[in-house]
Design a protein around this ligand. Structure first.
Ligand code: MIG
Length: 789
């Protein structure tokens, strides 16, 4: 395809290599990030995931040898050979990622054709279609992570996946090659060292992680350019920071978006919505957000209201607000073909819809019947769509839920030759499909930002790499199956590894009927997922926290309250995510990369660095094994101290989700409220688990962008502890937001104090020996040094 190397030249960070038949390019983005590029589809190096210039000036050494070109940065060594074979080494000369030069040989499938063919179905083989393909050597001891929302286990070794956003209502199982999102990014972990690969290509692509042959893995696309990034580690956490440096970090959301959310297809009248709202308050179950699914609209016409069901939306939303609820409405992309309907008329008049190859607006069917697809790849359409958000914002709606944006279509898939503007490039559906939802989210985000001035809350089903900048993602139509609760853990952990920090599944399951026990266990997981939303489909049985029995209701209340208690900790994690690219729900190996036992744990996760959650994901399970990595852990419920680096057995009565806190943790919490902002949080509670530790707590107004101008607070808490004494330091290291805290309440777990000195002065404290031993005291919210002994 490329032929032999003829010459090369360096232009800034780029090394342009002339091969006999084509030009290849290596660009050093940073010492750790290397781009491999060759123009096939178009000359321009264009990305939908990466915005703005990312290349940094850095030291690069380029040397030509007889058989290769060597490019050195301070972190990696890149060797380029004939045929644009590229190998990556670390600075010690250890090979990390090498192109495969051996024989291509598929695994054996015996019999004539497949069973599918025998029964008259067509089988697909995408490999032959690849115009672009990169094959990497596999040594055998690799682990692969990432790829967005793919089904199956955490480690993707031995599996093959496709990137083609797909709305598939059948129960999601391990054989699904694709779901709603296309995030062509993965991490390879081998011998405790990791690196990332981001294949920035929006066409249909495939990733075969050693399924075809265990000597190699590969990725390829049907069209587009050769364009991938090698991202050096060796730590996974650093790779995530670098990947999100390229594609963007999940921005800090408004605080209420981290509260509990209740959804349903559909709460379809004002009375029903108010009944749900009142129930939450009456039953003392915290809740911040209610949703309106498609039935609030007038005949599924987006940006309209069914005035019979919702006579006065503005007034209803006002009433909800007074009760502390925020309303989120669904907006699908499909615009009803309907003369006289303003959105349709504007779209037709201004050529805002995708067209067929002859330029005639393309029609397919979605909920409204015959519908057209706004061409979000056209700048004017994004502006128009963002202006439309005003219609909803004016009514008081506080977040927008973008569904069906794969895009879904009821009368068969959109033909390949449906045409899109692609910011002036004129492209067809094969190129735009995987970024359609991404671009819709972008337009929605911009509109909400413009009309509210607040941090937009957009929730989307379809994503491409980088969508985290604009939207929260949910994992689409799961089912009320135990299997789907189980699968949600690796799926959400891999979404986090793919840059999508703010994600969640439908708690309780979307399709099928949930059971009391399943909801009881699902809410225990939902409590720790960044997006905590219970949702269920039309015709399924009621699934609200109180829809089953008193026991289930009580368990829902317990875990929803725990979520509200932990809100300051979760908000801190979101702040960390915006700054360091780390997810909230973390696979264990993110923090225990040296411990191979953590590499394939599918049923435990870290909620930040301090809390390990080992939920029950099997019906009737009365006890489960938990792997605790190296270190000392404290059982959250019993305060038992357990040495890690071993498997333990934990009893799991229905209301217990095993939770373990790392020794040395200082966990901030609030007294649970019915909703975010019900009362000012004047008291920050700090749960202290003895050990050596440091914790940084972040605070701002919880809704505006002022924090970007420095209007925020940072409290640094540090601890040194021995058997006899604990020393705590409070240091307000950043102090630009008028804090609401008056005091800090410390709970020192597993410690009975005899004396507490704050800046040398003795203060009062309480000893609690009933439940478990702890010492509690209150100090003013200011810098101080506390000695407890
Ligand atoms: O064709 O709007 O995933 O959450 O409730 C189904 C109705 C369309 C699919 C979404 C689901 C939503 C439903 N939608």
């Amino acid at each position: 395809m490329f032929g032999k190397i003829k010459s090369f030249e360096r232009l800034g960070n780029k090394i342009k290599i002339s091969f006999e038949k084509r030009i290849g390019e290596i660009e050093v983005i940073s010492p750790y990030i290397i781009n491999v590029f060759a123009a096939f589809k178009r000359e321009e190096h264009f990305s939908r995931a990466i915005e703005g210039e990312k290349a940094q000036s850095c030291d690069i050494k380029v040397t030509g040898y007889e058989d290769r070109i060597e490019i050195h940065t301070e972190a990696v060594k890149v060797l380029v050979y004939d045929n644009f074979k590229v190998d990556f080494f670390d600075v010690n000369g250890i090979a990390l990622c090498e192109d495969y030069r051996g024989i291509r040989e598929s695994f054996i499938r015996r019999g004539n054709g497949s069973i599918g063919e025998g029964e008259g179905h067509k089988t697909e083989n995408n490999y032959d279609l690849h115009k672009i393909e990169v094959i990497k050597t596999m040594k055998g001891n690799e682990y692969f992570y990432g790829f967005g929302d793919k089904t199956g286990p955490l480690n993707k070794k031995g599996y093959q996946y496709e990137m083609w956003n797909t709305d598939d209502p059948s129960p999601h199982v391990e054989s699904h090659k694709a779901l709603y999102k296309s995030i062509p990014f993965f991490i390879t972990l081998r011998e405790k060292q990791a690196f990332g690969i981001f294949f920035d290509n929006t066409f249909k692509s495939n990733f075969d992680m050693g399924k075809e042959n265990s000597n190699y893995y590969y990725f390829g696309a049907n069209d587009g350019n050769l364009d991938y990034y090698f991202i050096a580690g060796p730590k996974i956490t650093n790779i995530l920071d670098r990947y999100t440096y390229l594609t963007g970090k999940t921005p800090l959301p408004q605080k209420w978006t981290l509260g509990y959310q209740q959804c349903r297809w559909s709460y379809a009248s004002e009375n029903r919505v108010m009944e749900i709202a009142e129930n939450f308050r009456k039953k003392d179950i915290p809740c911040d957000v209610l949703y309106l699914d498609i039935d609030y609209m007038d005949g599924y016409r987006v940006f309209t209201w069914d005035k019979e069901k919702f006579e006065d939306p503005k007034l209803m939303i006002k009433k909800l607000k007074e009760m502390g609820f925020k309303l989120v409405t669904i907006i699908d992309p499909g615009v009803k073909k309907d003369k006289g309907y303003s959105i349709y008329d504007q779209g037709i008049k201004n050529n805002y819809f995708a067209t067929d190859k002859d330029g005639i607006p393309y029609v397919n069917e979605v909920w409204p019947g015959d519908s057209l697809y706004p061409d979000y790849s056209k700048p004017e359409v994004r502006t128009w769509w963002s202006e439309n958000q005003k219609i909803m914002m004016d009514a008081g709606v506080e977040g927008i839920w973008n569904d069906m944006n794969e895009p879904a279509s009821f009368r068969g898939p959109l033909p390949d030759d449906v045409m899109f503007n692609n910011d002036g490039r004129l492209s067809d559906h094969t190129e735009i499909h995987n970024v359609y939802g991404h671009l819709m989210s972008m337009a929605t985000f911009e509109g909400i930002k413009k009309y509210t001035g607040k941090r937009p809350f957009v929730i989307t089903r379809a994503c491409y790499a980088g969508t985290q900048k604009y939207a929260t993602a949910w994992t689409g139509d799961n089912q009320s199956f135990w299997q789907h609760l189980r699968m949600s853990l690796p799926m959400l952990m891999n979404l986090g590894i793919s840059g999508i920090t703010f994600c969640g599944t439908d708690v309780g399951g979307f399709s099928s009927d949930c059971t009391a026990e399943l909801l009881s266990r699902w809410v225990q997981v939902g409590c720790f997922t960044p997006l905590f939303r219970n949702h269920s489909a039309m015709h399924t049985r009621d699934q609200e926290p109180w829809a089953f029995d008193k026991v289930t209701e009580e368990i829902n209340r317990k875990y929803i309250k725990l979520r509200y208690k932990l809100l300051p900790y979760l908000y801190d994690l979101m702040w960390v995510s915006e700054n360091a690219g780390l997810p909230v729900m973390r696979a264990l190996m993110l923090h225990y990369q040296q411990d191979e036992k953590t590499y394939e744990i599918n049923d435990e996760f870290m909620f930040g660095e301090n809390i390990l959650v080992a939920p029950v994901v099997q019906q009737g399970q009365k006890a489960r094994t938990v792997y605790l990595p190296k270190g000392t852990w404290i059982d959250y419920w019993t305060k038992e101290v357990i040495e890690g680096e071993k498997y333990i057995l934990r009893e799991t009565p229905l209301d217990v989700c095993p939770i373990f806190i790392k020794a040395g943790s200082i966990i901030p919490s609030y007294e649970p409220q019915s909703y975010v902002g019900e009362a000012q949080n004047k008291n920050l509670i700090l749960d202290v688990y003895l050990g050596k530790g440091k914790y940084v707590h972040y605070g701002d107004d919880g809704e505006s962008f002022k924090y970007k101008d420095g209007e925020y607070n940072l409290y640094e808490f540090t601890m040194e502890a021995s058997q006899e004494a604990v020393v705590l330091n409070i240091d307000n290291v950043h102090n630009n937001y008028k804090t609401t805290y008056e005091r800090f309440t410390f709970n020192i777990n597993n410690f009975i104090a005899r004396e507490i000195l704050v800046d040398g002065k003795a203060i009062d404290f309480n000893i609690n020996k009933d439940e478990f031993e702890k010492t509690t005291f209150v100090v003013l919210a200011k810098n101080s040094k506390i000695l407890i002994r």
